[in-house]
Design a protein around this ligand. Structure first.
Ligand code: SF4
Length: 374
């Protein structure tokens, strides 16, 4: 499918957009010269918006000049991100570009959405024989900003092979995404358009992040130095604002390997898989951290939305619901793929829950201290 410039500028990670930019043959020095100031400003804004988690601006009425600026700004913004060498920024940036694409996709005709899905590895299939067909009702929570502008678009059912669905769904939270809550027929899942574009957002994020060379050595150019310094200062600002200064009653050295891993992922700006987020909240709560302290743990996540995170924490810890959830057992953690790096203590036959690890490790450390003191 041949896409026009306006549309292409919304999705600059697609092959056609990359080919367009490549064909312009603009050397980096020229891109960073005064004559391309608008492209530089746009590239900086792209990255700064990602750091701020800014609302996506959807501007459909644009001049050809605007479209070209947008297209050229994308590779430059990638270069700026890579030049900072900051992997957390890379996560924030790729997440924001994914959100941006999804916001535009919500207003596109279905054939455009499906064409992008095919390029990004989510080709849909025909409805399986014998499958119940018809509009897909949405029992899941939908972000109203992401709803298609034309209501009927969302009602169209789409079928996706299970094997394509599973990896794309990996980092999406929410019980509505569990297989039991989705229609599965002959290895294919029945989705509505909103769900499909949410999966596409993940595929866009992956594409944006892949190939970012975080070890790149930027050339010594005054304008480039200034932009990189500005971005680094902004990133440091967000990290300083949001990094937990203390972990309450938690003793880091007692953490089981699984919790070390998910905590590390969360603090370095990676989106946690749903099971990981749930397990971490229950664990930190049981270990004695307050809701506010737990909240700060999630502030570096690329998809951080304060009100949603607060709601989830309060729901899981029982502050806003009748149930306070327990830390999942090791068996459940294993099934969910989040029993990371088990060590010798994990191999004990009585090790059935990460909280047991934490308590036993605490006792071992206390008795070691007593031995040293006596
Ligand atoms: S065995 Fe249990 S405590 Fe150890 S890493 Fe796995 S889930 Fe965590």
């Amino acid at each position: 499918m041949e896409w026009d410039m306006n549309r292409l500028s919304r999705y600059p990670f697609l092959a056609q957009a990359r080919e367009y930019v490549k064909a312009q043959e603009i050397p980096l020095e020229e891109m960073l010269s005064a004559k391309n100031a608008s492209v530089q400003n746009r590239a900086l804004k792209r990255v700064e918006d990602a750091v701020d988690g800014a609302e996506i601006e959807r501007d459909f009425r644009r001049t050809r000049e605007d479209n070209i600026t947008d297209l050229l700004s994308y590779p430059l913004s990638r270069f700026l991100v890579a030049s900072t060498g900051d992997r957390t920024l890379a996560k924030w940036f790729s997440h924001h570009e994914g959100e941006r694409a999804r916001a535009f996709l919500s207003s596109e005709p279905l054939d455009i959405v499906l064409s992008m899905g095919t390029e990004l590895g989510l080709p849909t299939v025909q409805a399986p024989a014998g499958a119940q067909t018809g509009p897909v009702k949405a029992p899941w929570e939908v972000d109203p900003r992401a709803l298609p502008d034309r209501g009927e678009m969302e009602q169209k059912e789409l079928w996706l092979p299970f094997t394509s669905f599973l990896p794309a769904r990996r980092n999406i939270s929410g019980a509505s995404w569990n297989l039991v809550n989705l229609g599965v027929v002959n290895g294919n899942l029945r989705l509505n358009r909103e769900q499909y574009t949410r999966l596409l957002q993940e595929k866009v994020r992956e594409r944006v992040e892949e190939g970012l060379d975080m070890k790149v050595r930027p050339p010594k150019l005054e304008s480039l130095d200034a932009m990189i310094s500005r971005l680094k200062a902004k990133v440091d600002g967000r990290k300083k604002d949001y990094s937990p200064t203390e972990m309450g009653k938690l003793t880091i050295t007692r953490l089981p390997p699984c919790m070390r891993q998910v905590l590390g992922m969360s603090q370095s700006g990676e989106n946690l898989p749903h099971h990981g987020r749930f397990a971490l909240v229950t664990f930190l709560h049981t270990a004695g951290m307050s809701s506010e302290e737990i909240f700060k743990v999630f502030m570096n996540a690329p998809d951080f939305k304060g009100d949603i995170v607060r709601y989830q924490i309060e729901h899981i810890t029982g502050a806003s619901s009748a149930t306070s959830y327990m830390v999942p057992n090791c068996d459940t953690m294993k099934t969910g793929g989040i029993c990371y790096n088990p060590d010798g203590l994990c191999e004990k036959e009585w090790m059935t829950n990460p909280m047991i690890y934490y308590r036993v490790k605490g006792k071992k450390m206390a008795s070691k201290r007593e031995d040293t003191a006596s």
